[in-house]
Design a protein around this ligand. Sequence first.
Ligand SMILES: Cc1ncc(COP(=O)(O)O)c(C=O)c1O
Length: 427
Amino acid sequence: MQLTDVLTYHNGRLHLENISLAALAEQMGTPVYVYSQTLLAANAQTVLTSIPPAPPDTLICYAVKANANPALLHLLGQYGFGADVTSGGELFLAQHAGIPADRIIFSGVGKTRPEIVMAIQAGIRALHVESAVELETIAEIATAHCRKVRIGVRVNPDISADTHPYMSTGQKTHKFGVSPAQAIEILTKAATHPWLEPVGLATHVGSQIRSLASFADVACFLVDMAARLAAQGIRLEYLDVGGGLGIDYDGQGAPSLADWVTAVAPPIHQAGYNLVMEPGRSIVGATGILLTCVTTIKQQGERTFVVVDAGMSDLIRPALYNAYHAIWPVVAPPPGAPSLPVDVVGPICETGDWLARERPFPPVRPGDLLAILHTGAYGFSMSSNYNGRLRPPEVLVHRDKWYTIRQRQDYHHLLDGCTPIQNLSEN
Ligand SMILES: Cc1ncc(COP(=O)(O)O)c(C=O)c1O
């Protein structure tokens, strides 16, 4: 199922499922993130039904970083997903959403001692170690707490993924994981420690990857390494291929979730290992739109700037990755309306604050609503209060109902955690 199956014009007005986006914006204001529960459930279902029957087992650990709204996490937990967390904050959110600890794995290149303590106390499925030093710290904490800790190692396979350089994570020039030789050393060391249990080998070579071949390579690489470990007497429980499946932002196509599962599961299952997958974007990316309102149109030399009330503080992907997001008017343009190139930009004091560049667009006026598509992943979760902007609300649509799943911030949120001025002046 695609976003365009649930995002459709009825009588010239854009609807997500059965909800009129103009009516929703009227009540919620703009900018606002809106997600489709039907699409979320369909994506989860596709993954779960594509998994070959157990044994061996498969656990889908949703990458919380993609979209950490508790309502979405809760739904995914109910569908049977676990969570891949990357900080104490994400662990807190996953637990808060009711995801059982034995379905949570902790990846992350710079885990702090308090985060490690938190994960051990929670009894999560495994910590994925990112360095020999980190293993020492985990061993020390596990010993002090008399808790047996399950260990996975994130290995860096030195595989280049065809994606934006900032989203490529599996080459030896990147900070992530350890070399294959170090991974073997770390797991061997863990095997001899009374409070550590080596259980898994993980990797994640990048995000927004559209080549299934890269994923098949990753699966074979892990099977190969697991065989080397088994030859040394270390029999792992699972192999974790990470996440990274791309979505079709620009109409150039992307493999389906079913094809992704089919590319990685057979080699791992045939070798007798359980499989862990960590999808983020491919589960939530297409489920969301960011609804925004045109504030001003500016002509500057040759360029036409459509200034909207959403900016890089709400959606940083264009600025950060030069990312493309389709933008649709909420009121369908009349047939035959001319399309002229415009820059859709936000109100923030940065030239990088753009959402579309030189994009052919039908005529728009201040007050018009626009929907920025495929913004369910790395949208709200990367938002900020930069320029004193308030984080937008989030709404979940399901058939003909919608629910506010996060309120818009108000100005008092800008003071969160700040020392009151009167206390400062008393110093
Ligand atoms: C370790 C790890 N797992 C999973 C993911 C999710 O990736 P994606 O959202 O591309 O599926 C990421 C994202 O960067 C990651 O760092």
